[in-house]
Design a binder for this molecule. Structure first.
Ligand SMILES: [Zn+2]
Length: 405
């Protein structure tokens, strides 16, 4: 058995290498043609095209999202369980392009899928490659994975694995931040700013007051909290008292419970600003909440071992702190999951969501990391679908983690 597993892993690695040129070409193309969340039409077409060209059945529009997909690699037996899902992302950031390197995530998942397809009949279960749109919180209704969780997609999945580019190669138990997103709309009354300002109700003033109130609030919350926003609208002309202004905030904290408390205080800041200015306030959550991740130790160990077996230096601790949020959090609280970070730059200090990180996502080191990730994902799927013990233990750890929260 053990010898067979080793051979299967060798075969998936060779299968990734055989497709290296094609995968790199696709990663580079997506990098050069960035599309933001829910508009990843060309990226999803290219990725699914690669899968279909090798006879893999692809469903588009999963969970009601046009650019989502579910590729079914099939299985030998009638039994489709256990099932491993390999997650793809391919959305970009507005104005910045692939400053988070999702072009590499999508291609790594497809690379793993194509490799696994070759040995699928020899595995005891099945595999999906899931195309999950709009991970970045820039687009309204982003959080493709949350929509998929809510649509029940992960009820038919036993483990979810994915890769994310980083500034260090580290697979850790660190949790991402829980995050929610809000938009606040202030409605006032327009008036001539010189001739009759006393007739106006200034909606921009309300936004400014809210912005300042939030800045003050920041001192009185736990240090893990992040509240950050942009002004969406601040008036039409300097000689008109703005009758409408709007602001968008992301709010984050270690856990969803404390985040709920923070959100109440953020809303209170908006209400206070509306009251102070006489504006009418409307607000809404513009996207679903992201839960903090719950990385699975069993999957972490398998992924670490597999990457080390092909000569990758993997740490289980990060050298650099600083956390973001991901819709993979919601997935990892539904099924055992792990996200492997592989470095795409030698410069540890490279900030995410930056021009430097975007360059790294189109660099040779980035391309190599993508291929390495494809191998690591495929090998870990081999482990999970050849030895039922792994999934059993992953599930036990998952349940125990959930009890601890
Ligand atoms: Zn990202």
């Amino acid at each position: 058995m053990a010898a067979d597993v080793k051979k299967l892993k060798q075969r998936v690695c060779e299968a990734v290498d055989r497709r290296a040129a094609q995968l790199i070409e696709t990663a580079d193309w997506i990098h050069a043609h960035p599309e933001i969340g829910h508009q990843e039409v060309e990226a999803s077409k290219r990725l699914t095209g690669m899968l279909q060209s090798e006879g893999i059945a692809v469903e588009m529009g999963t969970a009601g999202m046009a650019t989502a997909f579910k590729a079914d690699l099939g299985s030998a037996s009638a039994s489709t369980r256990p099932r491993v899902a390999i997650l793809a992302e391919y959305d970009a950031l507005p104005g910045l392009g692939h400053g988070c390197g999702h072009n590499l995530i999508g291609t790594s998942a497809v690379g793993a899928g194509l490799a696994l397809k070759e040995i699928a009949p020899e595995l005891g279960g099945s595999i999906w490659v899931l195309g999950t749109p709009a991970e970045e919180s820039a687009a309204p209704n982003s959080g493709g994975k949350v929509h998929m969780v809510n649509a029940g997609v992960f009820e038919d999945v036993d483990a979810a694995i994915m890769f994310h580019p980083g500034t260090e190669t580290a697979i850790t138990l660190d949790r991402s931040l829980a995050a929610r997103g809000f938009e606040f709309y202030f409605h006032g009354r327009a008036a001539h700013a010189a001739g009759a300002p006393e007739e106006g109700i200034n909606a921009l003033d309300a936004v400014v007051l809210m912005y300042n109130a939030i800045s003050v609030l920041r001192q009185q919350v736990r240090s893990d909290v992040r509240i950050h926003g942009i002004i969406l609208s601040g008036g039409a002309a300097a000689n008109i008292i703005p009758d409408y202004a709007a602001i968008r905030y992301r709010t984050r904290a270690d856990d969803s419970d404390y985040l709920a408390e923070v959100v109440e205080r953020v809303v209170a800041c908006a209400e206070g600003a509306a009251r102070a200015t006489g504006c009418k306030l409307e607000w809404k959550e513009y996207m679903p909440g992201y839960e903090n991740t719950m990385p699975n130790k069993v999957l972490l160990d398998l992924m670490t071992e597999n990457l080390r077996s092909i000569g990758v230096q993997v740490s289980n601790e990060r050298r650099r702190s600083g956390r973001g949020s991901t819709d993979f959090g919601n997935v990892s609280r539904r099924v055992p999951g792990i996200e492997a970070r592989i470095a795409i730059t030698e410069v540890l200090e490279t900030p995410g969501h930056s021009i430097e990180f975007r360059e790294a996502a189109g660099s040779d080191m980035g391309r190599k990391a993508m291929l390495t990730a494809a191998k690591g994902l495929a090998m870990t799927a081999v482990d999970l679908l050849t030895n039922p013990e792994h999934l059993k233990r992953a599930r036990e750890v998952f349940e125990a983690d959930k009890r601890k929260r």
